[in-house]
Design a protein around this ligand. Sequence first.
Ligand SMILES: [Zn+2]
Length: 246
Amino acid sequence: MQEFSNDRRLFFKQSVRALITTAAGSSLAFAAMRAHAGQSAVTQTRKTQAAMTPQQALQMLKDGNRRFLEGNPLQRDLMQQIKATAAGQFPFAVLVSCIDSRESSHLIFDQGIGDIFNARVAGNFVNDDILGSLEFACAATGAKLIVVMGHTECGAVKGACDDVVLGNLTQTLANIKPAVAAVSGYEADRSSKNAKFVQAVADKNVALTVARIRERSPILRDMAEKGQIGLTGAMYNVHDGRVTFM
Ligand SMILES: [Zn+2]
């Protein structure tokens, strides 16, 4: 009886969907074409990069995440972008994010070839090598914005909360431990089983990483103070694809 009613429900759903598709299909397709009209991606050049402010770079990422959420990406000829960027790259932003398979920066910000740098390490922290990479991106290559992006449900943050010991990962997680220590309270449960505690540590880890970039890179601090680059934190929600800037 249960199976029969589930079948009927499924059949009803499919019928309604077919009806909506048939009735609205042509106008939806037309609306999508209109939305895409004139919205091809611009490949970054020396000129576009030089003309961009840090605020505009941030807005471009916000707009890109909105397009991603709406399922309305820019039209992009990746092979053409490969040809256009082969002789030189002029990305407008650099991201520090986790290796997590659910948060590919190029997908979630709707960006193409040559648009953004992305340094990825489990737990999105910075060390000397990543700071050097950020200096390369901004001081040598002209990127206008640094974004440190954490994400919800981060396995590395959970591992740091639980004091996981595993080969080289132990040392990797040590970079997140200052964030664990800096989150007070949650005395009842300071383990990965406490989702609120884990998220508080993830938020703190982003804030501390942004602060560490300023502290440990005089080059980037100077560029930020002069308004040549922006520096901000962000959090990606693996449940809905949304990026919230801090
Ligand atoms: Zn992660």
